[in-house]
Design a protein around this ligand. Structure first.
Ligand SMILES: [Zn+2]
Length: 70
């Protein structure tokens, strides 16, 4: 029985150690962890920019809940 746990690195798909000694788990290395974080942050940054650009055409009119009751 082996106590050494490994899993595929989410970034490069290479076997990475899941031991506590691996500071970058579930990634195999710092590089893969930073790459993954970079992609995540890049996505987060692009979403508001895209919405601000394309949202100009179809802005939903502000709805007042009181108006609907009348
Ligand atoms: Zn990796």
């Amino acid at each position: 029985m082996s106590a050494h746990k490994t899993a595929a690195c989410p970034q490069c798909r290479q076997p990475s150690s899941l031991e506590k000694s691996n500071r970058f788990r579930p990634f195999c290395s710092q590089r893969c962890k930073l790459l993954d974080l970079g992609e995540w942050f890049a996505e987060k940054h692009t979403i508001p920019v895209v919405e601000a650009d394309s949202g100009d055409d179809e802005l939903p009119p502000p709805q007042d809940p009181c108006e609907r009751l009348q």
